[in-house]
Design a protein around this ligand. Sequence first.
Ligand code: PAF
Length: 290
Amino acid sequence: MTTLIHHIAEVRDALDQERANGRTIGFVPTMGALHSGHLSLIERTRAECDVVVVSVFVNPLQFGPSEDFSKYPRTLEEDTKLCEEVKADIVFAPSVDEMYPAEPLVTLSAGRLGTILCGHTRPGHFDGVATVVAKLFNATGRCRAYFGRKDAQQLVVIKALVRDLGMPVEVIGCDTVREPDGVAMSSRNRYLNGEERTAASVLYRALNDGLDAIKAGNADPVQVASAMAGTISSEPLARLDYAACVDAEDLQQVTAVEKTVLLAVAAWIGSARLIDNVTATPQGAAIQEV
Ligand code: PAF
């Protein structure tokens, strides 16, 4: 039976009690509109932890003024049912007032990790993510927290957040879940019409073209990125944001593909901005299956 909690004090007390009884806490932070990708995170958490908490909070701080905060899908009733099906113990769904009772005076900065890749197009986004995730971790306390690798830059920011602020949280990255045509599961796929949904597989094809270029012996990250950009630009319904081949650990530019790299792409399809990535060895093998 899944308990729905709206208040920070209540979730904190419940989890303190569980830890006092010797139980481990697994946490899956989300913005709701749950899909199979989220459910696979929750299932893994269920298998590895005694108590499973899923947060559902659409965080205003991580949306830019012209982004989709107001139209972001809010489906708490449906989300709670899905959490029940995968046996989550707690859904923590605070209101905006509960999380931000006043305009926050103190927020976090993701530093240079927040200004590269998606940070170019979404200035302030990763600061907003770091701030809300820190607040969520303050509410949950010591736990293992599970995040999808589709949001690779977010995962790097959150690992740095936990390391740099010494938070009692173990951050675990989980593989991207894909549709049969390779499209990564995302709540924003709901924005796509039929034609756009078909076109969205261009991101996956671009990543495979990047992998193929490396496999063929191309170790120049600029050429690998441009192969991926070319694929995306060949799709009339797609508008390229970026294609990048960077260090998989710190997301910095590399001069050659000599160690594990992250191939990352972002593009608008209709009104939806979609992202995808894969981690690759210098031989062009995907570390996560694409
Ligand atoms: O990945 C998300 O859904 C969000 O960015 C997160 C981590 C829940 C913070 O709002």
